[in-house]
Design a protein around this ligand. Structure first.
Ligand code: NAP
Length: 242
């Protein structure tokens, strides 16, 4: 598949058909197997042509929180998605200056892609519940189908009520993804405690976390110790979110 505009997939050439582009929006701090399984489920369930993983640049809603750099989150996303032919990691948001709003992203994508490419914005159902209050929520409703990923037992009532009460017409599909029992905060906690990330995220991501000393990891001890990646709690780089 050719690449269009930087790292975005080239879709829409055949004017006789409609294409479906999945956009995995998340902070991905770090990306994990739950995100990957979620994207694969959405790819299958919605008949998507490609899924673009788009780490949030400077997330609008996390200005008061410590988040790892866009470069680190993008690099981990690239490592995690590189072996799947229908996944692409994109710098589209991390390269944009200032706070990144989803409505702006979708409007820019709409200018890039022809109108036979439909957008499916995939993210956690918690985030979908808040979408009605996002900046230019009307544009989000107009420009994309939304896919809210949930873990088993997740109570959808909050999200459904918020969407129903909105003056805008959101098209939302909910997708239950058992692997979403994994979360980024769980992984960060495990790194801090010196526990293994094996089978929770692809090994190259674990390697990156230790090499770059994210979440309190210590590079020099990577690979040492059984059942552990040799992290010493509370040591290492401190600019990642703890
Ligand atoms: P979040 O509030 O940190 O995450 C909410 C929940 O959803 C967490 O449990 C999270 O788990 C999960 N999640 C996040 N992304 C996911 C994905 N792609 N697939 C499955 N589960 C996912 O939300 P966030 O990750 O920072 O933001 C989600 C997306 O919404 C981003 O693209 C962001 O830019 C957008 N957003 C836009 C606005 C706005 O435009 N005003 C406001 C808020 C969010 P993990 O922690 O394990 O990922």
């Amino acid at each position: 598949m050719a690449i269009l505009r930087g790292d975005l997939p080239d879709l829409g050439k055949d004017r006789d058909r409609t294409y479906r582009l999945g956009i995995m929006g998340g902070t991905f701090d770090p990306i994990h197997n739950g995100h990957l399984v979620c994207a694969e489920c959405a790819f299958d369930a919605l008949g998507l042509d490609m899924v673009v993983f788009m780490p949030a640049g400077s997330p609008a809603f996390k200005q008061d929180k410590r988040v790892s750099s866009g470069e680190d989150r993008y690099a981990m996303t690239l490592l995690a998605t590189s072996d799947n032919p229908h996944f692409i990691a994109s710098r589209f948001e991390v390269d944009r200056a200032g706070v990144t709003y989803t409505a702006d992203t979708l409007q820019l994508l709409r200018k890039i892609y022809p109108d036979n490419v439909d957008f499916y914005f995939i993210t956690g159902a918690d985030a979908i519940a808040e979408v009605v209050a996002w900046r230019d929520a009307d544009k989000v409703a107009e420009l994309a189908h939304l896919v809210g990923a949930t873990r088993p037992g997740y109570d959808l009532a909050h999200a459904e009520t918020a969407i129903e009460r909105s003056p805008y017409k959101f098209d939302v599909t909910y997708l239950e993804v058992p692997a979403l029992a994994i979360s980024s905060s769980y992984l960060r906690g495990r790194v801090r405690e010196g526990k293994s990330l094996r089978y929770l995220t692809p090994d190259p991501v674990t390697g990156y976390i230790h090499k770059h000393q994210l979440y309190g990891a210590r590079a020099s001890r990577y690979g040492a110790g059984e059942g552990s990646f040799g992290v010493l709690a509370g040591e290492g780089r401190t600019d990642g979110q703890a």
